[in-house]
Structures are given as structure tokens and as C-alpha cells.
Write a protein that binds this ligand. Structure first.
Ligand SMILES: Cc1ncc(COP(=O)(O)O)c(C=O)c1O
Length: 467
């Protein structure tokens, strides 16, 4: 039982439902073995609670479904692209933008236009697709997040911040090799932790000093702005929208996956002020995504994004969203499951390293814990540890590993209720109770980049876990 932890009141009613197939442990065991012990390879109907990602998995509102119907499929100059323009200009305020089919396409175009072999790109923490886009062009993604980020029990309010001293030193030493800087809000790979406006201001000032453009990975900018309003006293009377304006006014551009804070199933944006970059990026877009009025999207998707962008900054919704994440965090913690604190904006991160101290990082404790969560309760999470986050640095040739072995329980927006999340808590508690039986895993086969999506694994010691 919890300690009177109140699940927040959902500011919506459920108008349409989606069936969940209930599976037995035996069915799940068969399914995961067939999937090469990779949760990405599972058929979705073998999953009961899907917390693999909050990306593109939220429930659209009736207004967004109405937008889909209004979608104008004209190749150029559609009404939908006009509506998107109004929403984008209202929120971001950059001089130019291009729609893309999702965030990684925006990252790919940005990297193509600005990066060359041997370059370095600093950030708080690059997420997997951003890192891969930089690595694929011979650059090195460099993570300079504050030290507190690596301590799951450190309650600092802005654990997504860049370590300003290290950032300054980094630019002092390597500025000739840095084409642009980034900051990810919220810091997904580091627990969905927010970045303060004070920190973004300092990053901006240092970028100005070295004449480097700053790009915000803005996937969860609205959740980040909500935390700024809650935790940075100077901004408590500001609206989320005005905080977002302030954040973006300190940058030269942004990449954005609309699948998060614009609550759509597909879509992204590349935003920038620089005219020349815009021309180059537009040419890239036309070659690989589509005409600038629609990017890689249908007119209806553009229209739903235009509506979702505005819904994503609704403060009643953001309050519920943050409270739901906190509810899950508090329930787990209260029942003895080690989690990363304080709760972030879109997910709860279980500290697999703390639950399985007998499994070294080289045996992927978070991967094996995520498989256990599936076997026990049909809950699909994602590993954010040495499978997803480690890579060989092109710069030094050394293996770069993450500070923590985590599994992320991402909460899709407006999708799951309290009883669903109670099931997730019960599942995690059952696993913690028999943690000593859980062993490590090995990789059987994996591609060079983004290996977590398609690698195949097996237990190092099968008999212990398949009980
Ligand atoms: C911080 C961050 N950046 C970039 C991306 C990539 O976005 P997309 O999945 O739309 O390509 C994600 C997606 O999860 C993300 O969380």
C-alpha cells in the first residue's frame, strides 16, 4: 500500500478505448525468447503496459482528431501548414522552421549541414539518436551534465543542467573543433531532469563568447518550462508559454520531436535563425523528407501537430502530467524500489545498478531487469544503460559508458490510469524481492549504431532467471 499518495485527477474523459491483451507468464517467456530478449522486437499485443517510450504513444484529443479531418493535403501552401506556422511562431519564435517526419530527421539534417569529421559537439547529455547522428558523421558527442546527475539520491532541482565550468573549459580548449553546442530539455538520458533558465542563460553567454550557435533539443520543452515555473523562484509567476519564449530566445535554433510535447503520433521540426543554414537545411529537407510546407508528413499530421503544440503548454495538463510521474516515483520509492530522484518530467527511472549490484555493467544489469519486468507483469520499459548509451569515442578510441544503469518507465501522455500504474508498481516490487536470482546478459549480435533497437541478447545463466 502507498502512504496516501494521491494519484492526480485526470483533466480529460476517455472517449475511445484500446483493447489490452492479457498474457500469461508462459506466453511472455515464449515471446521474449523469440524476440532475442530485446523488448523492441516484441509484438505490441504481447505487452500489457507499454512504457517503452512516451514518444508518439500519447492519446490525441478530440480537437486533434478533428484537426486530422481538417488536414489539407495540398502539396504546397496548404491550410494545415498555415495553422502549423501560427502555432510554431507563437511558441518558438525562431526566424525559420522546417517540418520533419520526426526529431531524428531534424538532427540528421542539422548534422549534415554543420558537422564534419573530427568535430566535437558538447551538450548536457545527447540522446541516442542525436549521438548517433553525430557519430555517423565522424563527430564526437560530448556529455557535460552536472555531477549531481549521476547520483540517484541527489535532490537538486535541476539535475539536467550543464556543468558550466566544464563547458567553459571545453570551449576554451576545443572551440576550433566545435561547430555548434546543444542542450537537451528535459535531459531524457539523465532521468528526464530539467535544465534551469539560469543554466541556459550561462550556456548562451559562453556560446556568445566563443561565437558558437546553440541548439536546444526541445523534445520536452513544455515539461521543462513547467519545472522552471515550479522550481526557479524568479519564474513562478510566469506562464509556461512565456518561459518557453525566454528559453528559445537564448538559442540559435532547435530540434524538436513533436511526438513528445506536441502529443502527436508522428512529426518533428528543425528551427533556426540563420538564413544560410535555413537554405542548406531546406535543400536537404527537399531531398530526403519533402517540400518545406509538409516535411515528411501528411497535411493531417501537420494539422494535428499545430493543435497539439498549443495543448502541450496547457498548465492544467502539465500539472497533471508532472503529478502522475511523481505519483509513480513516490509509490515505487515508498515500496522499496530504488528510483532516480527527484522525479523527472516524462518517466520514472529505476536504478537497476542498485537492485542488481552483483551484475557488472558489462553484463547489462538494466537490460536483464527490463526483461524481468516484462516476464513478471507484461510491462515493457527501456534500458538506458550500457546497452543504449555506451560507444567507442572516435576522438580517443576509448569506450564511453554511462554513469548509471537505469530502466526507464516512460509514461505515455493521457494514456494510462492509476490502476495501470499500480500494476507497474506491484511488478517492480515482486522483482526487487527476488533480485539476487537475477543474472546478467550478453549480446549475441548487434549493429554498429543504435544497437539497442535491434541487438539480440541471451542470459549468461539461463536457469536462474527462467524460473
Ligand atoms: C531527448 C530526445 N531527443 C531526440 C529524440 C528523437 O526524436 P524522434 O524519436 O522523434 O526521432 C528523442 C526521442 O525519444 C529524445 O527523447
Amino acid at each position: 500500500m502507498g502512504r496516501g499518495n494521491q494519484h492526480p485527477f485526470e483533466p480529460f474523459r476517455i472517449k475511445m478505448v484500446e483493447h489490452i491483451s492479457l498474457t500469461t507468464r508462459e506466453e511472455r517467456q515464449e515471446a521474449i525468447e523469440k524476440a532475442g530478449f530485446n523488448l523492441f522486437n516484441l509484438p505490441a499485443d504481447k505487452v500489457m503496459i507499454d512504457m517503452l517510450t512516451d514518444s508518439g504513444t500519447g492519446a490525441m484529443s478530440d480537437e486533434q482528431w478533428a484537426s486530422l479531418m481538417r488536414g489539407d493535403e495540398s502539396y504546397a501552401g496548404s491550410r494545415s501548414s498555415q495553422r502549423l506556422k501560427e502555432s510554431v511562431n507563437r511558441i518558438f519564435g525562431f526566424k525559420h522552421y522546417l517540418p520533419t517526419h520526426q526529431g531524428r530527421a531534424a538532427e540528421g539534417i542539422l548534422a549534415t549541414c554543420l558537422l564534419k569529421k573530427g568535430d566535437l559537439v558538447p551538450s548536457n547529455t545527447h540522446f541516442d539518436t542525436t549521438a548517433a547522428n553525430i557519430l555517423a558523421r565522424g563527430g564526437t558527442p560530448t556529455n557535460l551534465v552536472v555531477e549531481a546527475s549521476a547520483d540517484p539520491n541527489d535532490l537538486s532541482p535541476f539535475k539536467g543542467n550543464i556543468d558550466i565550468d566544464r563547458f567553459h573549459q571545453f570551449l576554451e580548449e576545443y572551440h576550433e573543433r566545435v561547430p555548434f553546442c546543444m542542450v537537451t530539455v528535459t535531459n531524457n538520458a539523465g532521468g528526464g531532469q530539467p535544465v534551469s533558465l539560469a543554466n541556459i542563460e550561462s550556456i548562451h553567454n559562453i556560446c556568445q563568447e566563443y561565437n558558437k550557435p546553440l541548439f536546444i533539443d526541445a523534445c520536452r520543452y513544455a515539461e521543462n518550462a513547467w519545472f522552471i515555473k515550479q522550481r526557479e523562484p524568479e519564474y513562478e509567476d510566469w506562464t509556461v508559454e512565456s518561459i518557453a519564449h525566454r528559453m528559445f530566445s537564448l538559442a540559435d535554433g532547435a530540434t524538436f520531436s513533436a511526438k513528445k510535447d506536441a502529443i502527436v503520433n508522428i512529426g518533428g521540426l528543425l528551427l533556426m535563425n540563420d538564413d544560410k543554414l535555413y537554405e542548406n537545411a531546406k535543400n536537404e529537407l527537399i531531398m530526403r523528407e519533402g517540400f518545406p510546407s509538409y516535411g515528411g508528413l501528411a497535411g493531417r499530421d501537420i494539422d494535428a501537430m499545430a493543435t497539439g503544440l498549443i495543448e502541450g503548454i496547457d498548465e492544467g495538463y502539465l500539472s497533471y502530467r508532472a503529478s502522475q510521474v511523481k505519483w509513480l516515483h513516490d509509490e515505487l520509492k515508498d515500496r522499496g524500489v530504488p528510483v532516480l530522484s527527484p522525479p523527472g518530467g516524462h518517466a520514472v527511472y529505476i536504478d537497476a545498478g542498485a537492485i542488481l549490484p552483483h551484475v557488472p555493467a558489462s553484463e547489462f544489469p538494466a537490460q536483464s531487469l527490463s526483461i524481468e519486468m516484462y516476464l513478471e507483469g507484461g510491462v515493457r520499459s527501456v534500458e538506458i544503460g550500457s546497452v543504449m548509451m555506451s560507444f567507442i569515442s572516435p576522438d580517443t578510441g576509448e569506450l564511453v559508458t554511462p554513469p548509471l544503469e537505469l530502466i526507464r518507465l516512460a509514461i505515455p501522455r493521457r494514456t494510462y490510469t492509476e490502476s495501470h500504474l499500480c500494476h507497474v508498481v506491484d511488478t517492480a516490487v515482486a522483482i526487487v524481492e527476488r533480485a539476487e536470482l537475477i543474472g546478467g546478459m550478453q549480446i549475441i549480435e548487434a549493429p554498429e549504431f543504435l544497437r539497442h533497437f535491434s541487438a539480440r541478447f541471451d542470459w549468461l545463466n539461463r536457469t536462474q532467471t527462467f524460473c
